[in-house]
Design a protein around this ligand. Structure first.
Ligand code: GLV
Ligand code: MN
Ligand code: MN
Length: 414
């Protein structure tokens, strides 16, 4: 029996409740909140216990370093995020951090030092569930943080700059969080699959080939508020009815691609938001993803043109911006192969598959070669409190990650 999986599950479960959650009866841990601070403290302790020297960088990433045989050697970065979506599952993100800690704990217990250091990184913001930007903290590590994002505000009007200050860090120091190219040998992440493929193929682990590209469209319709009882239907400028039509258009266009593109609106804001007032202002955020850059671009263009038509016909004002645009990010071929070797050595099939979810590797790829290992999750369910991965599979994931580390030769990477 491979060890480590059960403790990783137990730790993810421990982080799923107060004080590590700001939500009553469920998990919600957004970046730089009290729950986030509590999680930092717990993870810091686990990293130190595993034999790492722990620091928090200027972008509030928690980083544990396990020195290699030669002090100061470049590091293999192993990480994931510890923020969550609202009403989240317990494994999306924290699991990758816990499994990294398990690997280091095992190496440390065996007194093993490698030709490279290992740094386990707990990123602060992958989900973008507090500020309207994602991958902020991994972008800082990769040296691609956009300083204009510091002015983004959360729902209470607190800017990211102020939240970082309140956390005891200075936004001015964020550039210093960037790794130098020669400090990072590669970045790898273990994550639950968040989809059904591994379960359907009866495989515990999968090697990720690429992380699919994504566009966010922030679509704002401006209509006119009015009395719900007195304004005749044909004289209305109802912003929500326009947004509803736009959402159905997005769904139809994505369905027509027969699986090549997916499009979702998971969040809308309606003002003034009263049952007896015609909606005057609606913001709908479209999340559009595809492994094909051209298919995604084509759908985005068609959708934007269609939305303009809807706004014209309904006499609505319209603003469309794209706060997030991430290209499909391939995983490094050598890293994939070493993961596949490690999985094969455990007697499992190294199934290769793409990731439909976004990951910190999309930012880290701007710094160094990246790779990911997926672990089967029950029913493929994620972004849902029902998320579950079994300890046995996670034990295998620890073994595969250790197998990868043993096979990793930084000098052979492109
Ligand atoms: C993050 O989980 C995303 O894919 O949006
Ligand atoms: Mn997620
Ligand atoms: Mn995740």
């Amino acid at each position: 029996m491979v060890t480590g999986g059960a403790r990783a599950v137990a730790r993810c479960d421990a982080l799923g409740v107060a004080p590590y959650s700001d939500m009553e009866g469920g998990l919600f841990r957004a970046w730089l909140t009290p729950a986030f601070a509590a999680a930092h403290q717990a993870v810091n302790g686990w990293m130190a216990e595993a034999g790492m020297a722990v620091r928090t960088d200027a972008a509030t990433n928690l980083i544990g370093r396990y020195e290699g045989a030669t002090p100061g050697a470049p590091a293999l970065l192993i990480g994931s995020h510890i923020d969550s979506v609202n009403d989240a599952g317990r494994y999306d993100g924290p699991l990758g951090v816990m499994l990294g800690i398990e690997c280091v704990a095992a190496l440390n217990a065996a007194g093993k030092r490698l030709p490279f250091a290992i740094e386990v990184v707990a990123f602060g913001d992958e989900e973008g569930s507090r500020f309207p930007a994602t991958l902020s903290s991994s972008s800082a590590c990769a040296g691609i943080f956009r300083s204009e994002n510091l002015q983004l505000a959360d729902r209470n009007g607190v800017t990211l700059a102020d939240a970082i200050r309140a956390y005891g860090k200075s936004p001015d120091d964020i550039p210093a969080a960037a790794y130098a190219r020669d400090e990072a040998a590669a970045y790898v992440e273990v994550h639950i699959e968040q989809g059904p493929v591994l379960e359907a193929r009866k495989q515990p682990l999968g090697v990720v080939t690429a992380i699919i590209g994504q566009t966010y469209l922030n679509v704002e319709f401006l209509g006119e508020a009015g009395h719900a009882g007195t304004v005749p239907m044909l004289l209305r400028r109802d912003a929500l009815a326009g947004a509803a039509e736009a959402m159905l258009l997005g769904e139809t266009l994505a369905r027509e691609t027969k699986g090549e593109v997916v499009a979702t609106v998971g969040r809308i804001a309606v003002a003034p938001g009263a049952t007896n007032v015609i909606p005057a202002n609606v913001v709908a955020i479209f999340d559009i993803r595809s492994g094909s850059e051209s298919a995604r671009a084509k759908l985005v263009d068609t959708l934007k043109a269609g939305i303009r038509g809807i706004a014209d016909r309904r006499h609505l004002g319209l603003t469309i911006t794209s706060p997030r645009e991430v290209a499909t990010t391939p995983c490094d071929a050598q890293v994939q192969d070493r993961f596949a070797d490690a999985v094969l050595a455990l007697g499992a099939e190294p199934l290769r598959l793409g990731s439909g979810a976004g990951h910190d590797g999309q930012a880290m790829a701007k710094l160094c070669p990246i790779g990911m290992l997926f672990v089967r999750c029950r029913g493929g369910i994620s972004h849902n409190p029902m998320e579950y991965a079994n300890p046995q599979d996670l034990g295998l994931a620890v073994a595969a990650l250790i197998g990868f580390i043993e096979r990793f030769e930084p000098e052979k990477l492109g």
